[in-house]
Ligand binder design. Structure first.
Ligand code: PEP
Ligand code: MN
Length: 338
């Protein structure tokens, strides 16, 4: 942390600023220039109340020079973190792991058929929403507990681990028992009570980026989970809201590179929610692989025109199989395996 003093500060004001910083647990280095006096904090500045310090008379500006996230930070953990999806498929290593399945679980026949198809094409895990965050209260809200049960049946048939979204803190215990990877949706990225509770679980957490969240806010949400003791966090870029309306969101592929540099956590890309258009999914998946994503999460439906949710962005099992073939061809070119 660096503090810049105002011009004409008094010795008492300087003393007060130094004292406030020292109270926060750091050593203070004073640099007196002809124009500007700067106070540098040496050591961990987390204990300093930045707002209180910036309001002191004589203080012009307070700037952080280190990131506020520690556990998610690559500086303190240079090696990639590997997260096991539950069946030995690892995210964060050389391999690309693909999670696939419908937006929502709709029936036993549907989820089992899609699970079998995506497994045959090479998916590492099955996705499917049972508790759905819908913009309209009149839209299909998901099958709830029955949906979780059907996902377990699909897992029993295929062996694929299941990834599904949690919406309420009331369900944390049930999810911990019943699912392999707990998804936090974009709309709940900053549901801090939920994040804190998930920090106490042992299951991997797939943390989607909020609709309008900065990379730092996203990493701070990962930090909430990790601070609670659960370090198995998978970040998911799913597009952000911009002025563009042609696509559902704008896929921020540069965020994959940014997050891989800033953090040791694995990153997956969701081209389905990012673009909202099935015909864009294949190319954007290939782009995500080229950008360095550790995995993909893709919506696949056996009958997209009749899907109860997100049919327009869902690809068919045959299209998914073609996509996996393309990814297998591309992976060695960018130094990855599939
Ligand atoms: C989903 O994965 O079905 C979903 C609702 O995604 P998001 O939270 O990214 O909108
Ligand atoms: Mn969806």
């Amino acid at each position: 942390m660096v503090v810049i003093m105002k011009r004409g500060f008094t010795p008492e004001e300087l003393e007060k600023a130094i004292h406030t910083m020292e109270e926060g647990g750091v050593k203070v280095m004073v640099s007196k220039g002809a124009e500007t006096t700067i106070l540098g904090a040496e050591g961990n500045a987390d204990g300093i109340d930045q707002e209180k310090l910036s309001l002191l008379p004589g203080v012009d500006r307070v700037m952080r020079v280190t990131e506020p996230y520690k556990k998610a930070n690559r500086k303190y953990h240079p090696e990639n973190t590997l997260v096991d999806l539950g069946n030995g498929a690892l995210l964060g290593g050389e391999g690309l792991a693909v999670i696939a399945g419908p937006c929502s679980v709709e029936s036993e026949a549907q989820i089992v058929a899609v699970a079998q198809a995506v497994k045959a094409a090479g998916a590492a895990a099955l996705r499917g929403g049972a508790f759905k965050p819908r913009t309209s209260p009149y839209a299909f809200q998901g099958m709830g507990n029955d949906g979780i049960r059907l996902l377990q049946e699909a897992k029993a048939v295929t062996g694929l681990p299941i990834v599904t979204e949690i919406m309420s803190t009331d369900n944390v215990e049930m999810f911990e028992m019943c699912v392999d990877v707990i998804q936090v949706g974009a709309r709940n990225m900053q549901n801090f009570d939920l994040l804190k509770q998930l920090g106490k679980t042992t299951k991997p957490i797939l943390l989607k980026r909020g609709l309008s969240s900065t990379i730092e806010e996203w990493l701070m949400s990962a930090e909430y989970i990790m601070a609670g003791g659960n370090e198995k966090v998978i970040l998911c870029e799913r597009g952000i809201r911009t002025f563009e309306t042609f696509t559902r969101n704008t896929l921020d592929l540069s965020a994959v590179l940014a997050v891989k540099q800033l953090s040791h956590l694995p990153v997956v890309v969701d081209p389905s929610h990012a673009c909202g258009k099935a015909w864009m999914v294949e190319r954007m998946s290939m782009a995500a692989l080229a950008a360095g994503a550790d995995g993909l999460i893709i919506e696949v439906h056996n009958d997209p025109p009749h899907a109860l949710c997100d049919g327009a962005q869902s690809i068919t099992p045959a299209q998914f199989s073609g996509l996996m073939d393309k990814l297998r061809t591309l992976a060695p070119c960018v130094g990855r395996t599939l």
